[in-house]
Design a protein around this ligand. Structure first.
Ligand SMILES: NC(=O)c1ccc[n+]([C@@H]2O[C@H](COP(=O)([O-])OP(=O)(O)OC[C@H]3O[C@@H](n4cnc5c(N)ncnc54)[C@H](O)[C@@H]3O)[C@@H](O)[C@H]2O)c1
Length: 382
């Protein structure tokens, strides 16, 4: 195997995503034929002891407590933003200005306006950039994209997608601060619209093309919660549930729904697409299966097939174990960084880029706007 070039990584945030990304940097060059080897140069977060512990655990060479110091370092090529949504724009723009490659967690901005400034910064600096919409890298979903690109479905009539959770139902759950920043609109930007629906939307735009107009409704079921940072009971300004109807540019109609109030569901991300000649359905809880109906099948056994996507000719699978053996959630991040490294070697950019992330933010902004105006809202092109 040829010697890999070093790619020096500085990561911001050691939480949930800090761990998935760190694992991906370590595993991608071991399992995929990539020209670069990510070198874990520095981890950054505000708590000095905890960031040091995280750095030691994952093999980062150093720790920083101020992202500005991280961005200023000459020995870092790539800044990876794995911190809450209110930090994305400021860090990404500074990193681009410093000439660093920038990877950013989703949603790209708290609003499309923030996301647009981030796109302008990376495009002006001409630095490689990518948003971590990792579900695009589930092998079954990549196979679905291939089937759509091969025009096996014919005209598309319907798309529907849900993301259901149940972890905020208790009225006693506080808002804000560590672990609960998602309930604080100042930090998160929005509730389930930016947190969950953004994933459904990114995948839908990739699979089914642009969305043109939207009619939405949102609800905040628990109106007040104690704020962890102030100790006061404060109004809750995020959306607890969000649902919308929309039209795609290809003429299809769609239904989307996300909530944290679907008792019993932990992370039920589903999608179904119905075309003239075929339909397909996928579900994160059974992420290796692609359910497929082909109208061309003849005979009494025609019907839905449940295909187990683990063979060597399925997307990404030849890099893993043997046919029939599954991979999981963390592999979507490994695939994404492997694709980034391959693209980098070819002077290309791996999707979803910041501009793709902006397209999703335009949709989620239109959802929130339509829920307020109670009118259909147009979605701008990114
Ligand atoms: N792609 C996905 O499926 C997915 C899943 C979960 C979260 N996310 C996104 O990832 C981001 C982080 O979410 P998480 O669940 O990892 O959060 P988390 O609360 O688990 O971790 C956040 C980390 O950011 C650090 N941090 C906060 N403010 C900071 C600052 N100013 N400077 C430096 N560090 C700071 C915290 O100390 C913590 O280490 C969010 O944007 C979220 O939407 C994406």
């Amino acid at each position: 195997m040829s010697k890999k070039k070093d790619l020096n990584v500085g990561i911001v945030g050691y939480g949930f995503m800090g761990r998935t990304h760190s694992n991906a940097y370590l595993q991608a060059p071991r399992f995929f034929d990539v020209a670069y080897r990510p070198v874990l140069k520095a981890a950054c977060a505000r708590n000095a002891d905890r960031v040091k512990g995280f750095a030691e655990n994952w093999g980062y060479q150093s720790a920083e407590t101020d992202w500005r110091a991280l961005v200023a370092r000459k020995d870092i090529d790539l800044i990876d933003i794995a911190s809450p949504n209110d930090t994305h724009a400021e860090i990404a723009i500074a990193a681009a200005k410093a000439g660093k490659m920038v990877l950013c967690e989703k949603p790209l901005g708290r609003t499309a306006e923030e996301a647009k400034a981030m796109v302008d910064a990376v495009e002006k600096a001409k630095v490689p950039n990518m948003v971590w919409y990792n579900y695009r890298r589930v092998p079954a979903v990549v196979l679905l994209k291939k089937l759509l690109d091969e025009d096996r479905f014919g005209r598309i009539f319907h798309y529907r997608s849900q993301f259901l959770q149940d972890w905020t139902i208790s009225q006693d759950l506080p808002q804000g601060g560590e672990g609960l920043w998602r309930l604080d609109s100042a930090v998160a930007g929005s509730g389930v619209t930016g947190d969950l629906l953004a994933h459904n939307v990114d995948m839908a735009l990739w699979l089914n093309g642009p969305i043109t107009e939207i009619s939405a409704m949102t609800e905040t079921f628990v109106k007040q919660r104690k704020h962890n940072l102030t100790g006061q009971v404060e109004p809750v300004k995020i959306d607890d549930a969000s649902a919308f109807l929309c039209r795609f540019q290809n003429g299809s109609l769609a239904l989307f729904e996300a909530t944290r109030y679907a008792r019993g569901h932990k992370a039920l991300f589903t999608l179904e697409i119905n075309g003239e000649r075929a339909s397909a359905a996928w579900d994160l809880h059974d992420l290796h299966r692609l359910n497929y109906f082909d109208h061309g099948d003849e005979g009494q056994l025609r019907g839905w097939k449940s295909v187990h996507i683990t063979d060597g000719d399925h997307p990404y699978m030849k890099n893993w174990w043997v046919p029939g053996l599954q991979i999981g959630y963390e592999h979507t991040f490994i695939h994404q960084i492997a694709d980034f490294l391959v693209a980098l070697d070819g002077n290309r950019t791996a999707a979803p880029t910041f501009r793709d992330g902006l397209a999703t933010d335009y949709v989620t902004d239109a959802v929130l706007k339509s829920a307020k105006t109670k009118k259909w809202e147009a979605v701008p092109a990114a």
